[in-house]
Write a protein that binds this ligand. Sequence first.
Ligand code: AMP
Ligand code: MN
Ligand code: MN
Ligand code: MN
Length: 282
Amino acid sequence: MSCYDLHSHSWVSDGTLSPAALVQRAAAAGVDVLALTDHDDTAGCAEARQAADAAGLTLLPGVEVSVTWQGMTVHIVGLNIDPEAPALLAGLARLREFRDWRAQEIGLRLAERGLDGAYEGAAALSRGRIISRTHFAHYLVSRGCGKDVREVFKHYLRRNKPGHVSGRWAGLDEAVGWIRAAGGVAVVAHPARYELTATKLRRLLGEFSECGGEAMEVVSGSHTPADVQTMARHARTLGLLASSGSDFHGPENPWVELGRLPQLPDGLIPVWQRWELALGAA
Ligand code: AMP
Ligand code: MN
Ligand code: MN
Ligand code: MN
């Protein structure tokens, strides 16, 4: 049986490996099918595809789109997209413009708290076109503001903290529309991480389906075993396809290594059947 990992990041967004190094690490870990899903950018897909051809691994071009839904940020992964599709590129460019403004704003807000140079520090750490809160977190750790990324997120970068700026990301319908127009399948990323009530999560997943979304992550590097069972129930009830991805960001986060995910629970339709069926029918 093939090993799938359908959620990962390179240094094009807030990962620490190049797209090629990420693919090589995945191949060495025994991954057969990898999706590169950088935040709001598909610029790493070409390099990843080349590296995948050399390593004998199947690369699915992907993206993780930032969405604002009911005042909160949720992430929608697009799998098996055309990374050059015009509507998707235009939409992502708009999100990156907001990101650039937000990064400067985070810098100003932290400076008001006596932490000057954070924008420059985060920008220097970001190699791609994306400045993420992750880059601010690494910078703040290097300044001794906390012992690790998790701690500085908690004290500086989360909602109601000095460096937090509310998102103005894509609408749910826009994100799903861009992904579908790029020939891809839309997937709700790490649904347990939003800490929604069951009712509100059903509302999110229901609206997502109505927009043309087809899948949700059941297995995720950020899901506990109990989360996996809960999300499996939602997927079965709502008839959503099930995805599985580590959300790997780099080797310094060893608790979500590539290719080390548990199997999908029984009674689910894996999202990859979507392409296998399409290939079989072709
Ligand atoms: P952004 O899209 O720039 O707002 O950054 C979101 C990214 O920050 C996520 O994709 C994670 O990689 C990272 N992140 C969010 N919350 C935390 C946290 N509590 N600890 C560590 N990383 C986090
Ligand atoms: Mn991230
Ligand atoms: Mn995410
Ligand atoms: Mn991610």
